[in-house]
Design a protein around this ligand. Structure first.
Ligand SMILES: [Zn+2]
Length: 304
């Protein structure tokens, strides 16, 4: 392909981040806009600024279920305004290049394969650990074209009802949202914690505040992170038993709590997964972090 650049665009609930990316997965130029107001016209503006005749195509990454046949978004909880919008085909017609759209965790997995922590593996699973939990699966150096809603695997048959309609989803026990709600539950039940002393209105507490308290030795906060880590470990052991990947790559805001939350997850996964399979699986951090989705979305342009 003579054009060696693609535009990757990551549409998040807060920001739209976009870049010109080389066919080797390097970011050449990056821009960021707030994702408020008319998102479709912001997208057009961004592409207008980045597009040149060297661009081989445009790749989008966003949270939600994608209709690959139509090239549109079926469901996106953070961005309902793009649901059903036909911007992919319209942009393709306007700029006369291929335009693809992919789920954000899938795009991030592909980005790590192109130029991140997954570049030396053929088979790995990426987990995004933040407000929710997402997943992407790389098999034989290719992105599996499946929804990979790993955050919605049931890990507790009698568990909490999830927004997806299922019960006991991993996301309801191991995400930042779950960590916050579990801390609030403990506080409401009268457990002592420096969180209560610091926050008059502890219902607005953030995962960062809980993590800070955990690092200072606050027992409630440590328990909350460890408990979430235990459930993450159960999820990871299921992934290892089903897919026996060479690596599980972790990304998202919660990996800042590696020493409590992820360490606990690794311990639990080592106890629960098939021992031979666990030994062959590296559990490692993302290298690209927030840039993985952009690089992956652009990389998919060259792949298709
Ligand atoms: Zn669910």
């Amino acid at each position: 392909m003579k054009n060696k650049y693609a535009i990757g665009i990551d549409i998040g609930g807060t920001n739209i981040r976009a870049a010109i990316v080389s066919n080797k997965g390097e970011i050449i130029q990056k821009i960021k806009e707030k994702s408020s107001g008319d998102i479709i016209s912001i997208i057009y503006k961004i592409i207008g600024n980045l597009f040149s005749e060297k661009v081989a195509g445009i790749g989008f990454s966003l949270a939600g279920l994608i209709d690959y046949q139509k090239g549109s978004v079926l469901v996106s909880p953070n961005l309902p305004s793009v649901e059903g919008e036909d911007f992919v085909n319209k942009l393709g017609a306007r700029f006369n290049v291929p335009v693809i759209i992919e789920n954000d965790a899938n795009a991030a997995a592909y980005g790590e394969l192109c130029s991140g922590a997954g570049r030396n593996f053929s088979n790995f699973v990426l987990l995004t650990l933040g407000t929710g939990i997402g997943g992407g699966i790389i098999y034989n150096k290719k992105l599996m074209n499946v929804s990979a809603e790993i955050g919605h695997m049931s890990i507790n048959a009698e568990g909490k009802k999830c927004l997806c309609g299922n019960y006991g989803c991993l996301e309801s026990y191991a995400s930042a949202t779950a960590i916050i709600s579990s801390a609030i539950d403990f506080l409401e039940n009268g457990r002592n914690s420096i969180l209560k002393e610091r926050n008059n209105n502890y219902k607005n507490i953030t995962a960062e505040e809980i993590f800070k308290a955990a690092k200072e030795g606050d027992l409630l906060s440590i328990d909350v992170f460890k408990n979430a880590g235990k459930f993450l470990g159960i999820g990871i052991s299921n992934i290892i038993n089903i897919l026996s990947p060479e690596a599980v790559i972790l990304t998202g805001g919660l990996i800042g709590a590696w020493n409590i939350y992820v360490k606990e997850a690794i311990t639990v996964a080592s106890e629960r997964a098939f021992k031979h399979l666990f030994k062959r699986t590296e559990i490692i951090k993302s290298e690209l972090m927030d840039d993985a989705g952009i690089i992956g979305a652009a990389g998919l342009v060259f792949n298709r």
